[in-house]
Ligand binder design. Sequence first.
Ligand code: 6OG
Length: 172
Amino acid sequence: MTRIETVATVYRHPRILLGKKINNKFGAGKYNGFGGGIEDDDEDIFATAIRETEEEAGITLINPDRMGRILFRFQSDEQDHDVHFFRARKYLGTPRETDEMIFRWFNINNIPYDQMWPSDRYWFPLLLEGTRFLGEVLFGSDQQVIEHILKGYEDRESFEDALRNYENAILI
Ligand code: 6OG
């Protein structure tokens, strides 16, 4: 089974908001955007991104922009994660920490890659510079990257086109 999920960040140049889960769920202890799995009541994946960010950080993203989509596969028995990545400049509310999540604003020259998923090093710079991307990552049993493929798209139209043809594509 593949989990369809979102990761959303707020980017207000030169700073970006990242959260760290302090529970013991998947990805705990790592800085990441806010997000989680799509639910039946979500109208679309954008609604998932907004709902999950409200739940985790207490803010409402305004017009989140879809920047990428990556299929993460694992050689361990972890299920596949099909993750849609979003970036927003504006939001309503004030970020609020919960007992599950703390957050911090990072300068884009100081992204804490050593405390993030190892594959974030590949796509995060694209998200920051505004290049959209599609890709696939295969993790080994120690969560190390075995193989990865990432394609960047200069403009939104070519990205949206590629996204339409992406369903069921196998890249690696
Ligand atoms: P729950 O399972 O707690 O949501 N996620 C990933 N984020 C990054 N940066 N890299 C990955 O590579 C990821 N795989 C999943 C999606 C899990 C959250 O973690 C994200 C969700 O926001 C492996 O519902």
